[in-house]
Design a protein around this ligand. Sequence first.
Ligand code: PGA
Length: 234
Amino acid sequence: MKLTKKTKKLLEINVLKNYEELSSTVADIVAKHIVEWPVTNIALPTGSTPIGMYEELVKKFDLEWTYVKTFNLDEYIMNPNHEQSYHSFMKKHLFDKINIMPSQCYFPDRNTKAYEKKMKDMGGIDLCILGIGSNGHIAFNEPGTSFKSRTRVVDLSEQTIQDNSRFFGSVDDVPKQAITIGLGTIMESKKIILIANGDHKLNILNVAMAGEVTESIPASILQTHNNVEVYYCD
Ligand code: PGA
């Protein structure tokens, strides 16, 4: 996909003091969004980076989640009851601690078209929170993914399997496939917040936010979105 200079912009990286400040800043953004728009659709990430944000959301606010719908960005192809599934992650870090019903919390599954349709029928994603992988992936859109991609089953890259092996007993236990929303899907979100923690993410973050917009760095597509905020701490 060719992008003109006009559609590309450098994304400012907001550098925060530490992980606590990163977590509370992004939790404040989510909380303010829910207070202002109680009927809303929010896309949520997993991984180590957002754990502090979820903790802050639970601890600091007494939010009304009744009319919020959540859409997780991705899920491994594995038993959703497995302790490392993203279903389990979300229950542990957020859903079991707030007033949200399982029927309001959506996860992608093999019926990928139905997931896209559900998001669309409900009015689309208002706020999308993203992490970034060390290879520039967002959700499980690995390098080389089409910018037009939609929700689908994907093979995880060797890098991602290595990165995520810290959550599993060994690298062999990491699922090799997942279901992820696409880059085209993410780009339809009205507002996007990208968060990154750790100096091992700084290089890829700089490249993705200020370098060439290229399918070999999936997060670089965010330079062409008109409402993205980026938060980083080392
Ligand atoms: P991490 O993962 O938060 O565990 O670093 C981010 C990602 O891979 O999207």
